[in-house]
Design a protein around this ligand. Structure first.
Ligand code: DPP
Ligand code: ZN
Length: 875
């Protein structure tokens, strides 16, 4: 397979200003007619060049230029492209292509495909070439007119981008609808949908007084689960007006929910296509977190209308231009809608457990990658989540007002263009009159920087000197790293826990952002009454690993007193992490296990402090995840990590049982249907307590969980109780699982949760259960959500059992990857990630994992997607 390089970018030789598409829709034989207005790009080389249109899995019926059918010697059709040897060079011309496609055979879910009984499309990144031959690249922007013709009974609803311009009846019970999108766009934003769909409608009045129709299309049985999505959309539209001054630009905004979808959702102009998971919610079927994710993803796709659609990417190496920026925007939005403190912690937690692992492994790549074999493999945590952190640092460095000025200039300067990450940074610089030269390295340099800290306190003069050093480990193709511009937010605490006022750069402060730009740099803080406790990297102001040795006492102190909500939580995490690592040492040395009393005391204080944000309190109670702990070990010992963490959880439960039970009782009430911060917080805190209490494995704790499970009228309470039951030795576990299945068998998204709970259980014989579940009638390898719920959850969220020392988990995963490779390469390649980190394990596991990767690479007809991930993992 061929590698594509950023350095080889050249502007397109041809442009397509307009395309008129005509579809005769049919499950197995869809006829596509594309009429394109083509001309040479005045900004490309002047040489005469052949016209190369990308196309895959298409059957050509006819091709004509300016009405003249081409002879066979005038063009050639290959597996990937159609080449017209001599196209007109000196004038615009029209190409007319007719071809056939087979949506039902399309299990890769790229291009036009069948999902349940509806036809829909997914064109990002390069799916349009599976619809017709085209200049499928984001810097070719065209105005689209689309006509859809279909059977009226099977496909009463026919949708595409933009505004509806006409419709009518045809013979044989067929009908047509035509659409026109007034905004030029790259073909990755094209969409069509056809099906028997119910519509939930609303309206939004924009800040300039325009009335926008909002429509959500779902299968009839889901109309009662669209209320939250519609409200989220309205919230997002208002928020973008208020926060970025950005208004919606069409008269209609449509969202369609489909069961079969490779990703979360897609921002097609005026016609978003969503995975049902990020639309459908009812209090009894969706958890509080589901409600939040729906709001976040609805916001994300809506925000793309400006950051992605009006201003798009020049080439796919610039993907983070739209994704990093839009993730940052959706994070801001979700924080504003819920709790900024809680949202920040959740985002950092995900970044540190998952993106940091990617950045430390064989698939590490910069936020702006330099090479790819298959672009679908680069929709990564690095491009999305680290990309968002890079935008967040720009926000921190420029301040909210400066950042907004920069964004205004960016949108104004580049509206209607396909641009680069460089253009984005340049707009921020120009609007603020600043220079961000060194900062740009964040886009080109992979790996997570490590920052170490040395403190030197001069009591006589009340001065503190901090020396910060940064380094970054080598990553593939980047052996040597340059220092980065790292914003480090800092505060100091007095001995009594109050915030200290200090002198920095001649001014009094209570908080500053240090610009760490050199490999080693010292900073001085004066006017101190006594030795302060340093609170560093507040709000996680940069995506780095901070190494700062601290005593358990100091961490407990910060957990009680730090005014920065992120660092207060972080102190608790570090406290638990240190305690767990001490226990891991004891396990490995065969010593008896004992938890430091200071840890129990710290959690007792967290339990006692019920004054504030209960969701935040629940986060303070959550122990660091096994994957986060593993990420810090030179050689990962999954069993010791699990055993040590369980020991801490159980010991805390034993020592603080009364407090856990009291809090549980205090907040256990039925507030189903209430989603305000108070009700959500009460559920979170109560369920955190329940999960501790179930570690006691007493008849009382079992009864408590089962009562909650049986009585629950909302999914948060029901699934939390079931999770506690499934992860304990509860005697009625199987009965509870069966009754849950019977209750919810008609609700695909709830059954996904049922699969995931079992796949992630830490109890013995989980692997046998996973194998049985593969044969369950509700399991289906062609439904990505189901595959992720079982195969994905087991291999990525059950380290204990997936990494079984006999290699059964690895063999199982490789078998599934090979099966999926033939059905859906994108999903197959996502599943490989369970094996990518093989170097982090002991020699026995390394060789077992490597074997499976080698078996995958040796598979016949391996897709580019799987080949790239598996071969790079081995390299
Ligand atoms: N562009 C899509 C997104 O919003 C890709 N799934 O992330
Ligand atoms: Zn996106």
């Amino acid at each position: 397979p061929q590698t594509v390089y950023l350095k080889d970018y050249t502007p397109p030789e041809y442009l397509i200003d307009q395309i008129e598409l005509h579809f005769e829709l049919d499950e197995q034989r869809t006829r596509v007619q594309a009429r394109m207005n083509v001309r040479r790009n005045p900004h490309s080389s002047a040489d005469s060049v052949a016209l190369k249109l990308w196309g895959e899995e298409l059957q050509l019926l006819s091709i004509a230029i300016d009405g003249r059918p081409l002879q066979e010697n005038e063009f050639v059709v290959g597996d990937e492209a159609l080449i017209v040897h001599e196209a007109p060079q000196d004038r615009p011309f029209e190409i007319l292509i007719e071809n056939l496609i087979d949506p039902q055979a399309n299990t890769a879910l790229e291009g036009l495909y069948l999902s349940s009984s509806m036809l829909c499309t997914q064109c990002e990144a390069q799916g349009f070439r599976k619809i017709t031959w085209f200049l499928d690249r984001p810097d070719v922007m065209s105005r689209f007119k689309t006509t859809l013709v279909a059977d009226k009974a099977k496909y009463p609803v026919l949708l595409s981008n933009g505004n509806k311009t006409g419709s009518g009846e045809l013979e044989n019970n067929r009908h047509w609808v035509s659409w026109e999108d007034p905004f030029a766009k790259p073909c990755y934003l094209f969409a069509l949908v056809a099906g028997q769909l119910a519509c939930v409608a609303d309206q939004f009045v924009t800040m300039s007084g325009r009335r926008i129709d909002l429509q959500i299309f779902v299968e009839q049985h889901n109309v009662d689960k669209c209320g939250h999505a519609i409200q989220s959309l309205k919230n997002a539209m208002r928020w973008d007006e208020q926060t970025y001054g950005l208004e919606y630009d069409l008269d209609l905004y449509m969202i369609v929910a489909v069961d079969h979808f490779n990703m979360g959702a897609m921002e097609n102009k005026g016609l978003n296509v969503f995975n049902t998971k990020f639309v459908l919610a009812r209090p009894d079927t969706a958890t509080d977190s589901d409600y939040e994710h729906i709001e976040g993803v609805i916001g994300h796709e809506y925000f793309h209308n400006w950051s992605g659609n009006r201003v798009t990417c020049r080439d796919w190496f610039q993907l983070s231009l739209k994704e990093g920026f839009t993730v940052f925007r959706d994070q801001q939005f979700s924080g504003d809608m819920t709790s900024p403190a809680v949202k920040r912690i959740e985002d950092v937690n995900a970044l540190r457990t998952r993106q940091f692992a990617e950045d430390a492994g064989p698939l590490a790549h910069p936020v702006r990658p330099e090479a790819y074999i298959e672009i679908n493999n680069f929709y990564t945590l690095t491009v999305y989540e680290k990309g968002a952190e890079v935008v967040r640092m720009l926000h921190t460095l420029l301040g909210a007002a400066g950042f907004r000025m920069g964004c205004d200039l960016y949108f104004q300067r580049h509206d209607g263009q396909a641009v680069t990450c460089e253009d984005f940074v340049k707009a921020l610089e120009d609007a603020n009159g600043v220079e961000l030269g060194q900062f740009r390295r964040w886009y080109s340099q992979a790996g997570t920087p490590v920052v170490t800290v040395e403190q030197d306190y001069d009591a006589a003069n009340g001065r503190l000197q901090l020396t910060l050093r940064q380094s970054c480990p080598p990553t593939p193709n980047q052996p040597v790293k340059q220092p980065l511009h790292i914003p480090v937010k800092l505060g100091l605490l007095n001995a009594d826990g109050s915030p200290a006022t200090f002198e920095f750069a001649g001014q009094p402060h209570t908080e500053v952002t240090l610009d760490l730009t050199a490999a080693e740099q010292s900073f001085n803080f004066g006017n101190l009454a006594g030795k302060p406790v340093v609170s560093l990297l507040r709000g996680f102001s940069a995506p780095v690993t901070l190494q700062m040795p601290r005593s358990l006492d100091e961490l407990a102190f910060l957990l009680s007193h730090d005014s920065d909500t992120f660092n207060r939580w972080e102190a608790g995490q570090q406290l638990a992490t240190q305690a767990i690592f001490q226990l891991i040492d004891s396990i490995e040395l065969g010593r008896p296990l004992q938890l430091e009393p200071i840890v129990v005391d710290a959690y007792r204080r967290v339990l006692a402090d019920a004054g504030g944000d209960l969701s935040y309190q629940a986060l303070l109670l959550a122990l660091p995840e096994e994957s986060y702990l593993s990420g810090q070990m030179p050689v990962i010992d999954v069993e010791a990590v699990h055993q040590a963490r369980e020991f801490v959880k159980k010991t805390l439960a034993e020592n603080l049982a009364e407090q856990f039970l009291e809090l549980y009782r205090q907040y256990h009430r039925d507030e189903s249907g209430c989603f305000d911060a108070g009700a959500v917080g009460r559920r979170r805190l109560k369920n955190a307590c329940l999960s501790y209490l179930c570690k006691l494995e007493t008849p009382d704790s079992h009864r408590l969980a089962e009562q909650q499970f049986r009585a629950a009228r909302n999914m948060t309470d029901q699934i939390s109780a079931l999770a506690a039951i499934v992860n304990s030795r509860h005697p009625d576990q199987d009965d509870c699982l069966d009754s849950f299945y019977r209750q919810w068998q008609q609700e695909a998204l709830v059954i996904d949760k049922w699969f995931t709970l079992q796949a992630t259980s830490s109890m013995p014989n989980t692997f046998a259960k996973v194998q049985n579940l593969m044969r369950h009638p509700a399991f289906d390898m062609k439904t990505p959500n189901r595959v992720r719920a079982l195969v994905g959850a087991f291999s990525q969220s059950n380290p204990l059992h997936f990494h079984a020392a006999n290699g059964e988990g690895y063999r199982f995963l490789a078998d599934r990857v090979i099966e999926l490779n033939a059905l859906n390469p994108q999903i197959a390649s996502r599943m490989v990630s369970g094996l990518a980190q093989w170097r982090r394990y002991d020699a026995n596991r390394q060789s077992l994992m490597k074997q499976e990767l080698q078996r995958i690479v040796a598979t016949d007809h391996l897709s580019k997607d799987v080949y790239e991930i598996a071969s790079k993992s081995l390299a």
